[in-house]
Design a protein around this ligand. Structure first.
Ligand SMILES: N[C@@H](CCC(=O)N[C@@H](CS)C(=O)NCC(=O)O)C(=O)O
Length: 215
């Protein structure tokens, strides 16, 4: 791949995907120039043959780097880190710290299903959630607080010794609760709100969005 080939990130037109968020923030933090391509998932544009032929999972995000296409947010982030090592890092340089950060990324992507269902990202950027968390939702929240609290113990403001994309991912998960008025322990709230002030994150979050069409 020619390294200076153009980069395009395919996302959803409502800007609500946590996975697109992660890739978008990584591209911004690395200082890479890229074009954002919005797909209408509500019109199933991700199922069009011209997209499916290139973005093999038929989901967003997808990254196009010249003729090279890739899906799956964590694979995209690792690709960007390895393809552009001279740019700012989004994963720690230290082996153990990098492993720990990947641990958080995998946990946030595979666990807490009930929390994600009861506080979907639409409730962050469109109408807030209409009902309190169920017992299962509260159990998922306790698990999140336990993991985040343990990793940030001692008043740490970052998961590793320098900022990483996992900080953005964890702040995004905590904001499902913060923005819905659910209780979040003060240190975790302060951590997540500090992340929310980063320019890369603000540029994704503070955006004029079109009216939401459920899909
Ligand atoms: N594991 C994937 C998840 C991607 C994903 O679920 N994307 C959703 C939007 S948040 C999507 O494209 N949904 C449309 C579909 O599945 O057809 C990743 O980390 O990138």
């Amino acid at each position: 791949m020619t390294r200076n080939a153009p980069l395009s990130l395919y996302g959803d037109r409502f800007w609500i995907s946590p996975y697109v968020f992660s890739c978008y923030v990584a591209l911004c933090e690395k200082g890479l120039e890229f074009q954002m391509v919005e797909l209408a998932l509500d019109r199933r544009e991700q199922r069009r043959p011209e997209y499916l032929d290139r973005a093999v999972t038929g989901k967003v995000p997808a990254l196009a780097h010249g003729h090279f296409w890739l899906t799956e947010s964590s694979a995209i982030i690792e690709y960007l880190e390895e393809a552009f090592p001279e740019h700012a890092r989004v994963l720690p340089a230290d082996l153990e710290e990098r492993a720990r950060v990947r641990q958080v990324m995998a946990f946030l992507r595979s666990d807490l299903v009930v929390l994600r269902e009861e506080r979907p990202t639409t409730t962050m950027f469109y109408a807030r959630a209409g009902s309190p968390l169920s017992a299962a939702g509260r159990a998922a929240v306790e698990k999140l607080f336990h993991v985040a609290g343990a990793l940030l113990a001692g008043g740490k403001s970052l998961l590793a010794s320098s900022w990483s994309i996992a900080d953005a991912d964890l702040a995004f998960m905590l904001h499902r609760l913060i923005l819905n008025g659910d209780e979040v322990p003060a240190p975790l709230r302060a951590y997540a709100e500090a992340q929310w002030r980063r320019p890369s994150i603000r540029s994704y979050v503070e955006r004029t969005r079109p009216p939401y069409v459920p899909y």
